[in-house]
Structures are given as C-alpha cells and as structure tokens.
Design a protein around this ligand. Structure first.
Ligand SMILES: [Zn+2]
Length: 78
C-alpha cells in the first residue's frame, strides 16, 4: 500500500469512525459506538504501518497536511 492511500484511509477512517462513535455515544446506542472505535483503531493501525516516507520509511505526522517533502530526509513526496 502506498502512503497516499494509507493517508486517505487514515483520515477518512478517523472521520467516519469518529462520527459513528459520537452518534453512538450521544444516542446511547452501542453498535455504532463500538463500530466507530474499531474503525478508528484500524485506521490508526494501518496508518502506523503504511503512512511512511517512501524514501527513508520514517513515520509521518498525519495531523498535518501531507507535506511536499519529507520532514526527515527532505525527499520529495508527490
Ligand atoms: Zn524521508
């Protein structure tokens, strides 16, 4: 998996999972709450594994916008 796909899944999963969990929490219904938590956990886990610089394999910070250059090795990210 390339890092761009991983980033999309990571951010999308956190949004979808977060919304589901919030709905479940506020409406006090368990299934969406747990589904949301599981989705967020999966998104974070795969991000941890795959959202890395393609040059130096260093993990990147997903809280920021995708950088144009790796903050670690300066390699170009497209
Ligand atoms: Zn790098």
């Amino acid at each position: 998996m390339d890092y761009k796909k991983s980033w999309a899944i990571l951010v999308g999963g956190l949004w979808i999972g977060g919304i589901l969990a919030a709905i479940g929490f506020l409406a006090k219904i368990d299934p969406p709450l747990w589904a949301g938590i599981v989705i967020m956990a999966v998104a974070l886990t795969q991000g941890d594994l795959f959202y890395r610089c393609p040059h130096c394999k260093k993990r990147m910070n997903f809280r920021m916008k995708r950088p144009e250059h790796c903050p670690e090795c300066g390699g170009k990210l497209d």
